[in-house]
Design a protein around this ligand. Sequence first.
Ligand SMILES: Nc1ncnc2c1ncn2[C@@H]1O[C@H](COP(=O)(O)OP(=O)(O)OP(=O)(O)O)[C@@H](O)[C@H]1O
Ligand SMILES: [Mg+2]
Length: 909
Amino acid sequence: MRRSAAPSQLQGNPFKKPKFISPARSHPSPNEEVAKLNSDIKLFEVAANKNNFLQPQNDPRTCNFNLPTKECAKGINHGDSYREKYCLEASTKTTLDLHHTVHSAPKEITVSKGQEEKPDSLVKYFSVVWCKASKKKHKKWEGDAVLIVKGKSFTLKDLEGKDIGRGTVYKLKELEKIEEGQTMMIGGKEIEVMGIISPDDFNSGRCFQFGGGCSAVLSSSQAAKKCLSNPFKSVCKLSSKENKQNSFQNCKPRHDPYAPNSLVMLRPDKNHQWLFNKNCFPVVDVVIDPHLVYYLRPHQKEGIIFLYECVMGMRVNGRCGAILADEMGLGKTLQCISLIWTLQCQGPYGGRPVVKKTLIVTPGSLVNNWRKEFQKWLGIERIKIFTVDQDHKIEEFTKSPFYSVLIISYEMLLRSLDQIKSVKFDLLICDEGHRLKNSTIKTTTALISLSCEKRIILTGTPVQNDLQEFFTLIDFVNPGILGSLSAYRKIYEEPIIISRQPSASEEERELGEQRAAELTCLTGLFILRRTQEVINQYLPPKIENVVFCRPGALQIALYRKLLNSQAVRFCLQGLLENTSHLICIGALKKLCNHPCLLFGSVKEKESNSTWDESEERSLYEGLINVFPADYNPTMFTEEESGKLQVLSKLLAVIRELRPAEKVVLVSNYTRTLDILQEVCKRHGYAYTRLDGQTPISQRQKIVDGFNSKYSPDFIFLLSSKAGGVGLNLIGGSHLILYDIDWNPATDIQAMSRVWRDGQKHPVHIYRLLTTGTIEEKIYQRQISKQGLSGAVVDLSKTSDHIQFSVEELKNLFTLHESSHCVTHDLLDCECTGENHTGDSLEKLPVSRNCQLGPHQQKCDSLKPLSMSQLKQWKHFPGDHLNLTDPFLERIRENVSFFFQNITNQTTAI
Ligand SMILES: Nc1ncnc2c1ncn2[C@@H]1O[C@H](COP(=O)(O)OP(=O)(O)OP(=O)(O)O)[C@@H](O)[C@H]1O
Ligand SMILES: [Mg+2]
């Protein structure tokens, strides 16, 4: 609550007319011109365009020093295309003239019982200050509030959106002619009307922002206070003599801004200069190193401009945070490296560097990937980076002035928080920062406790799916921007959620939509997300196949036995808990991968002392008898599993037709990876493996080894859950998903490892499913509406979160023995399954639901495939006569059905 703005406290004179003082004007600036500018730049008085990006700058070329006039020449690339695309025009808003308000005597408005309400169209909104009713002359206004008058009823809300008074009035006329300056008594409170709020400002929630996060945006004086502690100071503090010398030495840009293709950052406007250039250094162009620009993709140039403007506080006054939520593989790492390198060497004021030390926190498996990327783009000389691992302790970094970048895993950060706090970091980057969505976890609280103001979250996962988590991420990068959590809930979350419910009234729906639009608009200033389409043109073709493999005879017999077990029957009668369903489902999934896995589980349980009471007993009873008497799981055969048979043939044909190409083989289960590893051994395929057990220090070495063209490895065995996120496995051009996860995001993550920048070969992706079994059902769930609900596109969501109805369980626990492909049967496809060559997928609109609603709906390739999209894929039965794909041709014998889709098709694949 902004008590300080309550007039009587400011002025201490009860007879003086209370006057609402806008935070932006509470400390008049000595510099008139800038003061005027401050009042003109009102971020929230800006009209939104469809891209939801605001551009607060008045004149990007504003410069108070003697820069060459030709700097305004067209040749400078100040990221103009970006601004053309994303920026909005400022529009002025009529401000209230508060000075003519009259301080009339308070009038008590009494509550009436029997009068008719006026129609809804007569809703009016006022900004007011309030205090408890008293007869004291020296009033002390307690806070700002919003008065909503609807017919003869009124509601008083504080700036956190909470109701602090409500009722109905006796004299309707009193409410009809409310004016600025008027004081009245309502609901036991005395209020004074400060101004009229437009319906638009109320519906969008903007009127509450004065008290919440937006005070920082609106108030340049507050921003100044906050930002003067920003890293300019720490990095660039020089003696006055040095200042003078350096200002002349460095006032040239480090790189030529007029060179062709130069990438020049936005010049700070007068407001920024007023806030940050206290020493009046010359304004100098910040130019991205041409060495890097040469490699940057267009979207990466835009991303660097965006990050620069965010962390420099140019997009939201006094806030230096950003979320770069580009889809996987778009090169978020390179964009950050470019930013770090730029800020470490340059700055807009006298050319002085903005950042001295940078902290990068990342999942353990990516620590060395970051190091490699630094080396790849900047070599080893330009920037000194330090990675914390077993052999390199953090003390080495803290004691040495030599290093400017510290790369550390989230786990290690927690362990060395005290040492980290002893260093002054100017820039903090949290890779795969989606994990910070929970404010109570230790990692989040640890990172929040760091004093660094320039904070960047990198994530490939959409951030708007859950409004609570969204708040946490936003609040982490730009603390307080959305106000307190309780205000956010009242002002945004509640109306948005209510508006999404089927029972919502038209009014609720509209309010929710407008609040969502406002939230998007506000946060869109510092969140950037681009989808994979922006790099498709640089990538080779991708051929995706869904391969339905016929189960083996032993698999069918065991499957039937499991479905007839007492445990499954009890599940279907709704007698068991969710955990029992998951045990049954787990057993069926194991069986689909290979019967020997199930055999191993049964034997293991039998030897367990709790076997007698365990639920698994009723599931596994009599199962061993279905296996041959002399069954030995270590001597498993490929024929026993439909998928393994297909896999084995697939590996053989890849080896034969593309001897120089490599395969990434993915499973979610370590035991399944053991079987796949055994297959590699039996066939003499060289392999490497990364799973949850692989020490973090080894991971990058394994990845590098595989990606190297000199590596003899043919196969990379990958546990998708353990190591999928963020890895580059471009050494492989064939990726086989051996099993399926409930969460489509896990599979999509894995698939994105090979089809990414740097990939030289056409990419072949094979998803293996056992025909008619639970695997098909899980796949259907992935591509059905249920699977598309936003929350599922989140790696942290596991099957434990899934609740099943009895109907769903019946469907899950059915084996379709006679179908070639149950998924195709469900598609309502007119073809008879005979070589249906569907339309190109690219023609179909792709949209994703999220809680922020239509304003956030963009093309998003992270979205799992939908049923209707799958229908557009080419599809044909395994025994189709004209299979043109040589790989499918060779595996068809054990395949009942194929779906195939090609992206970026060229003639040669
Ligand atoms: N402009 C470029 N030219 C060539 N290769 C590039 C370029 N930008 C990025 N790359 C390469 O693309 C690969 C993917 O980049 P990166 O790992 O940064 O993606 P990401 O956006 O972080 O994806 P994820 O969300 O999966 O972590 C890396 O090998 C990187 O070196
Ligand atoms: Mg990454």
